[in-house]
Design a protein around this ligand. Sequence first.
Ligand code: ATP
Ligand code: MG
Length: 321
Amino acid sequence: MLVIRANRLRKAYRESSRSARPSEVVAVDDVSFDVAEGEIVGLLGPNGAGKTSTMQMLTTLARPTSGRAQVAGYDVATQSRQVRRMIGYVSQRGSASSESKVGEELVDYGMLHGLSRAAARSGARELAARYRLDDLWEREAGTLSGGQRRRLDIAMSLVHAPRLVFLDEPTVGLDPASRASLWEHVRELRDASGVTVLLSTHYLDEADALCDRLLVISGGRLIADGSPARIKRRIGPDTLIVAAASEVDVSALVSTLGRSAGDAPRVSGLEVSVRFPGGAGELEGVLRDLRDASVSPASLELRPPTLDEAFLALTAEEKAA
Ligand SMILES: Nc1ncnc2c1ncn2[C@@H]1O[C@H](COP(=O)(O)OP(=O)(O)OP(=O)(O)O)[C@@H](O)[C@H]1O
Ligand SMILES: [Mg+2]
């Protein structure tokens, strides 16, 4: 079942500057995609790409300039109340108010979304424990550290057990343990209850590790939509990295790898790397060539393109088009 259907979404902001005539900033430009129930989808793109604007339209906080979207079967423009009931949202800026206490904020948020006080309290306690907020239960939200506040935002977005969660850069400022517990929780919610997650991130390892599918946007346009593996494949071949056991082997490594891979190797210290379209299947040939040249490397690694490289290449591809 499709729980998000975005059809030619467009968001233009009117920019009024005193000197010039009002101009338009097109934040999201003709973006269409679907998300199925239970998918974990990552939204990637550089600063200003349109990630937050897209999320704001899907969460009914901004009205599409044109185009349509359905979330959980409801139209974001005409049925915003129904949409809001179905979703949880962590905004990029955070939403906890500064004066209220952590525990109250969580319980109130649950009740605001229709939970009984008892249900809100037990949900809040559970999330507070998971996100290490239980010792901070009585603390005013305004006094929390940046990461603690982010954990409160995340807990708030989940307290009413939504079926669909939008997380706008949820792990910014989180320590590694908190980041790991969010990842674990996201997977658990999906596996146990089929919760759907759309999250934006600049951490490509996060997108790679957590997401079933990635949407890459740049300049308001969707430039790639596919599994992390598929997006990586669009970018080109693996890299073979061979470390020489000692300095004297480096030049022999360079000439052997240059011949085996058919591309010019790069040298960095004792490491020689080369683009290697053949993949794992052709490693044996390389090992044989190295043996023939009497070079025994200290280590050998075949590395697929990172999402960083993927992203740069996709953006460049788009610019060239
Ligand atoms: N209210 C607004 N008025 C005018 N322009 C806006 C407004 N909100 C966003 N924009 C512009 O729209 C574009 C997209 O912004 P958006 O916040 O969606 O980007 P983003 O992908 O979330 O970036 P980041 O990674 O920095 O969070 C940017 O050029 C931004 O300056
Ligand atoms: Mg943003």
